[in-house]
Design a binder for this molecule. Structure first.
Ligand SMILES: Nc1ncnc2c1ncn2[C@@H]1O[C@H](COP(=O)(O)OP(=O)(O)O)[C@@H](O)[C@H]1O
Ligand SMILES: [Mg+2]
Length: 262
């Protein structure tokens, strides 16, 4: 059996007595793409928040490379190699693409969130090292034409790519993506799927993908975990999931049909 990068074990999370996650367990094998799917409100974003440290589960454990991380604040989990993007874009809209990636790299790598802006005072050599990595990401994501553009002025699809770049700037071992294709057109969606595959292949980054586009999910995932009302309904390969009767039933009447391609 291959190494596991993430082990989620019986995680339960409640909000004022209402359960968002109920004894959720699943693993992410190192180097794999695992998708977390399920109807709206199923608990997908809550699960990502438990992994990144924004929420603390009532019960259960989460291990990253064998180490329990539940006592660690978000920036320490980021430093260990867990990066994420958000369902709603979270960028500094008034800064350039380059500055967003530079701030992204610094905000978690060395300090807490409040120190994000101190990078402007760092030594030139340190800044050069960071800039080289950031330039690599800009090339990788084909963001060169937008390097000095103010993020808020860019098309939505490009902003989503910048957000992915900001997460990559941390050089993560595990990347958590919350609906990276949401609101994208077909071409942008296919580009994003290609980038996710390339990140996984070229940099061996493990990926946990939350996504409603079933065409993409079934295309690029090694494994799929289905959540329904905060519980794991099924876990398996895309082929197994697509023919699982319980999964099919849970999706009846949902807009993201399991059978629609892109
Ligand atoms: N901060 C919060 N406070 C209260 N309830 C929340 C909070 N975050 C999520 N929930 C609830 O948890 C459930 C799961 O939400 P969420 O994880 O966002 O689902 P999904 O991402 O699958 O659509 C929902 O019922 C939602 O209302
Ligand atoms: Mg969500």
């Amino acid at each position: 059996m291959g190494k596991l990068i993430l082990e989620v074990d019986k995680v339960t999370l409640t909000f004022k007595g209402i359960a968002a996650l109920v004894s959720v367990s699943f693993n992410i094998p190192a180097g794999k793409i695992v998708s977390l799917i399920g109807p709206n409100g199923a608990g997908k974003t809550s699960m990502l928040n438990c992994i990144s440290g924004r929420y603390t589960p009532d019960r259960g454990s989460i291990r990253f490379l064998g180490e329990n991380i539940l006592h660690l604040p978000p920036y320490k989990r980021a430093r260990l190699g867990i990066a994420r993007t958000f369902q709603n874009i979270a960028l500094f809209k008034g800064l350039s693409v380059l500055d967003n990636l530079m701030v992204g790299r610094h905000s978690h790598l060395q300090y807490g969130l409040f120190s994000s802006f101190f990078y402007f005072g760092k030594t030139k050599r340190e800044e050069e090292t960071h800039r080289l990595r950031v330039e690599e990401i800009i090339d990788f994501l084909n963001l060169s034409p937008y390097r000095h553009k103010i993020v808020g002025s860019l098309p939505y699809g490009v902003q989503k790519r910048v957000e992915l770049g900001r997460a990559l700037a941390l050089e993560p071992k595990l990347l958590l993506l919350d609906e990276p294709m949401a609101g994208m057109n077909l071409e942008e969606t296919e580009d994003m799927a290609r980038y996710i595959l390339d990140i996984n292949e070229d940099w061996k980054t493990s990926i946990l993908l939350v996504e409603h586009d079933m065409g993409v999910v079934m295309d690029i995932s090694d494994e799929v975990v289905v959540l329904d009302f905060g519980q794991v309904l099924a876990t398996g390969t895309p082929e197994e999931i697509q023919k699982n009767p319980q999964v099919i039933a849970a999706y009846l009447g949902q807009e993201d049909s399991l059978f629609l391609g892109r």
